[in-house]
Design a protein around this ligand. Sequence first.
Ligand code: S3P
Length: 433
Amino acid sequence: MIEITGPYIMQGGVKIQGDKSISHRSVIISAISGKKVRIENFLFSQDCINTINLIKKLGININRENDLLVVEGKRIGDLKEPDDVLFVGNSGTTIRLVAGLLSAAPFMSILTGDPSINKRPMKRIIKPLNRMGARVYGRDGNTKAPLVIIGEKRLKALKHNITVASAQVKSSLILASLFSDGKTEINQPAVSRDHTERMLEYFEAGIRYDGRKTIITPEKIIKGKDIFVPNDISSAAYFIVAALILRNSRVILKDIGINPTRSYFLDVLREMGGKISIKNKRVRNNEEIADIECQTSNLQAVKIGSEKIPNIIDEIPILAVAAAYAKGVTEITGAHELRYKESDRLNSITQEFDKAGIEVKEKPDGLVIKGDNHLKLKDTTFDSHMDHRIAMSLIVLSLPSEAQVMISDTECIKTSFPDFIQILYSVLKKERT
Ligand code: S3P
């Protein structure tokens, strides 16, 4: 339980933690890279620790050496059949990416997670992985985890037209297709994050990608190389929105990953009137990085439509907070996928905003939020719905307010941003009223 009574101001420099998506991939892909890979700025959050523990059970040595995480990569054929069930905890990225990899490992493995993971949709990977020749089974008519996987050494190269724009589904198929018998083509309905493609390209795999299409030709053997994990733009988003909605505030965030498939929410915030500048752009291991500076802004409502939703999929809860403090009515559409995250995020946001006295309407695929630059919250106890992104968004929502706010079940924050509270308080000061 966290208690917040504002108003606060935010000032200073913030060191965000490493990117969650890239951290998962750095361990999973290095495990089959045949080389010792040193990973700098790895995110030791609960989700990523679950990935490390799981990959270790496949016979891969992974150790911390000073500030580095060191993965002693092998080849897929050298992975060992796990002698126990593999536990992914709350992590959708772990279960879906590892399922792709294990589809090409010729032994049986069982993947399970916490109650939230075991409710989330898995047919989207079970079906195409079976088409490729692996034997993948799931609970509830082959739609949910736990998953049983019996891998096949040489999978079939196919053309996949996936119906949801999901980087997890795409990455699962990319990893499996590295061990297929020819050219694989994956087409998505919209562009999703491309960290898997970028990392494999950096490791010299036969991969080409452009927007919605990815092509994998498995004749090249991947070569492990050292990785620097940029700081997580989705975690930075909480600080960026806080600085925009709090009075007299200004923060600078260093070394943030600004991969174009992840940074669209900055465009949305700018369209809302957010004062955000991006400085010192550079590239490290195929990922763009920059410093982001932002300050108090007078936000206006905005309309957010479907095509770009995959590029702000994790930032919609915090964008809803920005909308609550923006003048006018914000409409978000085409975001039905949000119902399948760690919680049903459209419903979680609606329930909690409603408690605080914010006018919000839940639509089947989106939200309508009536904002106010001078919003005053009611005294309330928020529920995180055991969802890290909802918990952090509700904390930011409470910072400008004099109301007495409690947020319950905040321990879920450790899944993606274990030091969030400590880092947040290092840049907050109570505003003198
Ligand atoms: C992720 C992809 C997204 C995102 C999740 C991380 C990834 O999920 O919501 O937090 O690392 O690939 P989907 O690709 O299923 O939308």
